[in-house]
Design a protein around this ligand. Structure first.
Ligand SMILES: [Zn+2]
Ligand SMILES: [Zn+2]
Length: 151
């Protein structure tokens, strides 16, 4: 760099430097990344991002797949335990009371009231047995933020 130019930059006022910078950004391709890197994020948006992060840490979420409440980053760290299959009626359920047709048998209420008459299609576990056979990450599309009283 020639010393005249160096001196001009060193002694220029901020307005001149700004307009020179804008001019370079406008006319020289590829300069915007260099400038962005040097500038960093504006402090206002950085502060906002930090406050959003803090807020997320305190927030409570509910995963509808494993039916767990999760706090802050547990959403990303904890494991989701669940059955990927479906609860299906056993072919010969001994404990079944007077059952009618398939449609009635597979009602949600029956699955809750007579879990021993159902099995999981993924692993064969009975409806009242182990609550999971697979562990994965919580699927973010099944995780929702919940509002708790007094929080
Ligand atoms: Zn989960
Ligand atoms: Zn299973």
């Amino acid at each position: 760099m020639d010393s005249d130019l160096r001196q001009a930059i060193n002694t220029a006022d901020i307005q001149t430097l700004r307009s020179a910078l804008y001019e370079i950004l406008k006319t020289v391709p590829g300069t915007s990344n260099v400038v962005k890197k040097k500038m960093g994020r504006p402090t206002a948006s950085r502060a906002r991002a930090e406050s959003i992060n803090r807020e997320r840490e305190r927030a409570v979420y509910y995963c509808s797949r494993c039916e767990q409440y999760l706090k802050g980053r547990q959403v990303l760290r904890n494991q989701c335990f669940y059955h990927p299959g479906k609860l299906q009626i056993k072919s010969n359920p001994t404990a079944w009371p007077d059952w009618q047709d398939d449609e009635e048998i597979n009602m949600e209420l029956n699955k809750q009231e007579f879990p021993e008459c159902f099995f999981w299609t993924c692993c064969g576990e009975e409806g009242d047995g182990k609550k999971w056979c697979v562990q994965r990450r919580h699927p973010l599309n099944m995780v929702a933020r919940v509002e708790l009283d007094g929080e």
